[in-house]
Write a protein of this length. Structure first.
Length: 147
């Protein structure tokens, strides 16, 4: 897949993968990186009953968690090698119950900057071969540098 963005670090895929692996929460919930491109990251999460709310849908907190990581790593993919990423804020819209077999958060940078990035994520629930959009997120992220 081609990208409209040029990464500042030629080893961005390795750096994104290593940083993602450092997130204990991602391994705890069973999420993994499915795709890493400049300015675009996909995080996947298989359905697990222990991650649901009272009606069996994936909990909004879990949806937010994987969407936040998709936004963050999409931005991180465009940052210089010495940078780390930190979310400044996000807004989530829950559009439909998160019911499915696999959940895919697609994060895409909308506006890269030197230190502040704007990204969006869409969460799709997949079941029986079809995808349904269940949530969207708009986030602002920042590059953090060692002091």
């Amino acid at each position: 897949m081609s990208s409209q963005f040029e990464p500042r670090d030629p080893d961005f895929k390795k750096r994104v993968s290593q940083s993602f692996a450092e997130q204990a929460v991602m391994s705890t919930i069973g999420a993994h990186l499915a795709e890493v491109n400049p300015g675009r990251v996909v995080v996947e999460l298989p359905y697990r009953a222990d991650l649901t709310q009272q009606d069996g849908f994936i909990h909004a907190g879990i949806s937010s968690t994987i969407m936040d990581s998709a936004c963050g790593y999409a931005a991180f993919s465009l940052m210089p090698a010495e940078a780390r990423v930190l979310t400044i804020e996000f807004k989530i819209n829950l559009l439909a119950p998160a019911s499915g077999e696999v959940f895919r958060a697609v994060g895409q940078v909308r506006k890269p900057g030197r230190s502040v990035f704007v990204a969006e994520s869409e969460l799709f629930a997949s079941a029986a071969g079809s995808d349904k959009l269940v949530a969207t997120m708009h986030g602002t992220l920042m590059a953090v540098y060692p002091e």
